[in-house]
Design a protein around this ligand. Structure first.
Ligand SMILES: NC(=O)c1ccc[n+]([C@@H]2O[C@H](COP(=O)([O-])OP(=O)(O)OC[C@H]3O[C@@H](n4cnc5c(N)ncnc54)[C@H](OP(=O)(O)O)[C@@H]3O)[C@@H](O)[C@H]2O)c1
Length: 351
């Protein structure tokens, strides 16, 4: 290959914006493994990066895309051979190291996960960082004694990428799932994913300053943070555990110690990007097994990948509007992918 296409993000005149450019391998960040990208995905973090909204790119210019799945082209590390199917999520991808929005990715071997049997490259990116985070959060809760018989599990940001995949995984594991959502139009969709109950965002008094609320949840996965997370901490059952991974509703957390000292509530942080390799491999194996959403194949499809669509998708992530703003018959969760740049260049969307 001489040159290839990449979606590179620049900071020019204090304005952050991305565009498709031609690159060659020597221009990519260094690493032992060169991968021909089969699919990438678009995550909340990609939206922040591409628009400059989150100030999360630490080095410009940078090829976007925190995720990639593809086939090893060459490797200076004996663990990987040309032809191996692999997946990379997180680390510095798309933030401080050229990421997955390019026909070729070059990364350190230490970041590369061999695609587990039972998962295609397409499916790996239909899951992407969102699915990996959902699985990691569930894994952390289970390590903290969560079991279906303990009680109901609440998922916040339910129509989002992480939330909607978490609902499917929890339902498959036999949990009774409650979906907290701000979208009245999506209740049936959330039930179709496996939610047993819907809790509209308007029905909770997140801003109350009570020390404790009625105890309701054995476990929770929180994409929202802020007042929603502090309400969650106050409304957990005895020994309940919360996996906190997001801040779509706010980054501040105002809580008292009472839920911790009177109910033994556990608040667990989840950082998918920095997950160490042994746990990372274990989570991918679970994603290929009992956590693999049964609806994954049927909820994923491909639409044309373009700068405009990426920007439009970014706006959907950032305003939390999801399906309504998009005007397509799809939920908020989606993936970008291209099989061959020349032919497909597609955004794969869940829908
Ligand atoms: N820690 C990690 O490793 C990790 C990994 C992946 C993602 N994340 C974070 O997790 C969060 C969710 O990611 P995602 O990919 O699921 O994002 P997403 O697809 O954009 O979904 C976010 C969801 O949050 C809800 N929401 C949006 N704005 C809100 C607001 N102002 N108040 C309350 N709820 C709001 C909406 O769901 P409803 O309308 O249904 O309520 C929305 O669909 C983000 O903060 C992301 O940065 C963290």
């Amino acid at each position: 290959m001489d040159t290839f296409h990449a979606y590179r993000i620049f900071n020019e005149g204090k304005t952050v914006s991305g565009r498709f450019v031609e690159m060659n391998l020597n221009e990519l960040d260094s690493g032992e493994v060169v991968i021909r990208t089969a699919y990438s995905s678009v995550n909340f973090k990609d939206a922040l990066a591409a628009t400059g909204a989150g100030k999360i790119i630490r080095r410009f210019p940078c090829v976007g895309g925190v995720d990639a799945a593809g086939v090893v082209e060459s490797s200076q590390d004996a663990r990987f051979q040309p032809g191996d199917e692999v997946v990379i999520t997180g680390y510095e991808m798309g933030v401080a190291h050229d990421g997955g929005y390019a026909e070729y990715v070059r990364v350190p071997a230490a970041w590369v996960v061999r695609l587990p049997p039972g998962l295609t490259m397409f499916e790996a990116m239909a899951l992407g960082t969102a699915g990996f985070t959902a699985a990691l959060a569930i894994h952390r809760l289970e390590q903290n004694d969560l079991k279906p018989e303990n009680g109901r599990v609440l998922v916040t940001g339910a129509t989002g990428g992480v939330g909607s995949l978490a609902i499917q995984m929890l339902a498959q594991l036999g949990y009774r799932v409650v979906a907290l959502t701000g979208k009245d139009s999506e209740h049936e969709y959330l039930k179709s994913l496996g939610a047993n109950e819907i809790l509209p965002r308007s029905a909770i008094d997140a801003s109350s300053n009570r020390a404790l609320e009625r105890a309701q949840w054995a476990g929770a996965l929180d994409a929202v943070g802020g007042e929603t997370l502090s309400w969650l901490v106050r409304s957990m059952l005895q020994n309940g555990a919360i996996a906190s991974f997001g801040n779509t509703g706010g980054a501040e957390l105002h809580i008292s110690v009472y839920p911790f000292i009177l109910r033994g509530v556990r608040l667990l942080g989840v950082d998918s990007a920095a997950t160490l390799m042994p746990l990372r491999e274990k989570i991918w194996k679970r994603l290929a097994g009992e956590l693999r959403p049964k609806m994954l194949g049927s909820v994923a499809r491909t639409v044309a990948f373009s700068e405009n669509r990426l920007k439009r998708r970014s706006n959907i992530h950032l305003d939390g509007a999801g399906q309504a703003a998009l005007g397509l018959p799809i939920p908020a969760s989606f993936c970008a992918c291209w099989k061959r740049w020349e032919t497909v260049c597609g955004l794969r969307v869940a829908g």
